[in-house]
Design a protein around this ligand. Structure first.
Ligand code: 13P
Length: 272
């Protein structure tokens, strides 16, 4: 495996889960605009404009249309889930074409909360990922082990099974696949994985990915870390090899906090 390079951009993505109403989303972006207009320096704006640093927010479905205000840099907006079929009798689901119609190009797939609480399996994750990649979406596919799985030494086995559920993307032209490693035990607990755990696990993921989709595609696929990421720990997380950004829950809900995460992402570009 080649040593990691910063040929991949940094992505800071906020997963708002079932938080923030439409009104709160509008307030977030209004405050985010005011704040970033005031505090972001030229370097930070330039990283965001050039997309060396990418920002993405996954709000609730009802907020998709309203986010974001015009900002001085792009912020991608994504959906937290989407079905593999384009239409049909699938109550409670939303389709790729419906999202595209309102300008959405990013989708989160296989989050552990969907796996834990809504019966998402590796098979349904595979179907969603394949269909959405074929439709041209940027897909962030979430993987990660539970505490019991880590403590019983099964982390690599579980990740391998989850990575096996990545569809055959060799036939898809320009697939925009992103993997997010989110250990379930680190989500919402305030205890992020340690640098050592992240370094070891991301290295393993890059290797497993290489076996699954080939070295070239694996090398260009961004790997995010998620689980209790905050403005205080993101700098050390972004220093880990094979970490190309973060998927952030709680700390992405406040404008100043999300802006701080982006500033850390911009700084990390200067040292890589
Ligand atoms: P927290 O950052 O709140 O731990 O959530 C992580 C997460 O689940 C992002 O998808």
């Amino acid at each position: 495996m080649n040593p990691p390079t910063r040929s991949r951009s940094i992505l800071i993505a906020g997963n708002w889960k079932m938080n923030s109403s439409l009104q709160e989303t509008e307030k977030f972006f209004s405050e985010f605009k005011n704040y970033t207009d005031r505090v972001f320096n030229d370097q930070e704006i330039s990283h965001l404009k050039s997309q060396a640093l990418q920002a993405c927010i996954f709000p609730s479905f009802t907020s998709l249309l309203k986010a974001p205000l015009p900002l001085s840099f792009p912020v991608h907006i994504g959906a937290q889930n989407a079905h593999w079929e384009k239409k049909g009798s699938f109550t409670g689901e939303i389709s790729g074409p419906m999202l595209k119609e309102v300008g959405i190009q990013w989708v989160l797939v296989g989050h552990s909360e969907r796996r834990q609480f809504f019966g998402e399996t590796n098979l349904t994750v595979q179907k969603r990922t394949e269909s959405l990649l074929k439709q041209g979406f940027h897909v962030i596919l979430c993987i990660g082990e539970s505490r019991e799985e880590r403590e019983s030494g099964k982390t690599k086995e579980i990740l391998s099974q989850q990575i096996q559920s990545i569809p055959d993307i060799s036939a898809i032209s320009d697939p925009h696949l992103i993997l997010a490693y989110e250990p379930v035990w680190a989500i919402g607990t305030g205890v992020a994985a340690s640098q050592e755990q992240i370094i070891e696990t991301h290295q393993n993921i890059r290797c497993l990915l290489s076996e699954k989709i080939g070295a070239n595609l694996a090398e260009t696929t961004p790997l995010l870390y998620g689980g209790s990421v905050t403005p205080d720990n993101i700098t050390s997380l972004l220093q880990c090899p094979h970490v190309d950004g973060a998927l952030v829950g709680g700390a992405s809900l406040q404008p100043e906090s999300f802006a701080s995460l982006l500033r850390a992402g911009s700084k990390s570009l200067l040292f890589s």
